[in-house]
Design a protein around this ligand. Structure first.
Ligand code: F6R
Length: 362
């Protein structure tokens, strides 16, 4: 069943172009809110905010969506860790759309958080899930199925990128219902989605470059991941992947936070992995990279901008990015980096110690 691959995680990383194409299969030449169910158009017209609830990697997908939803759909968005939301006193807004995200649809905290939201009076609920017969799907008014196919490796990969596509489609659908999506913007977004599987394929071809980075990382005790804007949650996801399968302690920060503490950790033994897309914040990020170099931190930069390699600065040149979908693209090299670092450390990549694929107990 593994075919040419050594592990399910590697196979699932490489299945992403197909998983993304399958998830996008029902999208035609226009964005239709009914992608989220027959009742979605009416329900979407009636909301004034979004609350996203999830755990782990699925929570990181929600953090990316906040940037999209506020910017494109103009909807105030909060993103909650399910185990926190279910046990805190929150202020219910019955006009909010409550979105739960889960690969398995069986995560105990996510299910309990959704039940909690419903008990508070939230009946506008949508779940984004990879398992059609799951408990989460049954509990929600609206649903969107990611078509990633079964994910066996404990570390989530193709489920995450298909969740991002689902959340981007949700953003576009809400923007459209709210009269905020110009025909031009809609056509641009659809064109980007169409070329997404091919773009992911091109990133998978960078595997050997990431094997070299993995060689350097595998001997370290710690790593720091940096990004800004939608790439900050991707830095969090890169750090989570690295720690869960290679057992290297990794942290992620929004690059602008460096000076507020984490810069104290930086010395010549600290590898710093940076997601540096060629976007409006590139110059800000470039000065954060200089701050790190000035303290002898070793930079590993993923970028589609012209960044020069030099002593203490490794650069992996990525193909040109996209307007909104960069977080999805930059995920691919970070998955490959974690995978190859774990291989070098000889860990059980598909079944990392102490972890279960589906967390059905609290
Ligand atoms: C990390 C990972 C976990 C899951 C989390 C939620 O690689 O897989 O963090 O994302 O346990 O699981 P689901 O999405 O099934 O609710």
């Amino acid at each position: 069943e593994l075919g040419e691959y050594r592990h399910y995680m590697q196979k699932e990383i490489h299945e992403q172009p197909r998983a993304l194409a399958d998830t996008l299969e029902r999208v035609g030449n226009t964005i239709e809110p009914s992608l989220f169910g027959a009742e979605a158009p009416a329900l979407f017209a009636d909301i004034n905010a979004v609350t996203i609830i999830a755990c782990g990697t699925s929570y990181h997908a929600g953090l990316v969506a906040k940037y999209w939803l506020e910017s494109l759909a103009g909807l105030p968005t909060s993103v909650e860790v399910a185990s926190e939301y279910r046990y805190r006193d929150s202020v219910a807004n019955p006009s909010a759309l409550v979105v739960t995200i889960s690969q398995s649809g069986e995560t105990a905290d996510t299910l309990a958080a959704l039940k909690h939201a419903k008990a508070l009076g939230h009946d506008k609920t949508l779940s984004i899930c990879n398992v059609p017969e799951s408990s989460l799907i049954r509990l929600s008014a609206l649903r969107f199925l990611t078509h990633a196919g079964p994910e066996i490796g404990v570390a989530s990969t193709k489920a995450f990128t298909t969740q991002l596509v689902a959340l981007y489609l949700l953003t576009l659908a809400l923007a459209k219902v709210r009269g905020r999506l110009s025909a031009e913007r809609e056509a641009d977004a659809l064109a980007d989605l169409k070329r997404l599987p091919g773009a992911v394929n091109a990133l998978l071809a960078l595997e050997s470059g990431l094997e070299q980075w993995a060689e350097a990382l595998a001997t370290r005790q710690h790593a720091l991941f940096l990004g800004r804007h939608t790439l900050f949650p991707i830095a969090l996801e890169g750090a989570l992947k690295l720690k869960e399968i290679s057992y290297i302690h990794a942290e992620a920060y929004p690059a602008g936070e460096l000076k507020h503490g984490p810069l104290a950790l930086v010395d010549r033994d600290m590898p710093i992995i940076v997601c540096a897309p060629n976007d409006a914040l590139f110059d800000k990020l470039a000065s954060n990279m200089q701050e790190v170099r000035a303290r002898n931190g070793e930079l590993f930069v993923l970028s589609d901008a012209a960044v020069e390699a030099g002593p203490g600065q490794h650069v992996l040149a990525l193909p040109a990015g996209m307007r909104d979908l960069n977080p999805l693209l930059y995920t691919i090299p970070l998955q490959l980096l974690a995978y190859h670092t774990a291989i070098r450390k000889g860990t059980d990549v598909d079944k990392p110690r102490n972890l279960a694929k589906s967390v059905t107990v609290e």
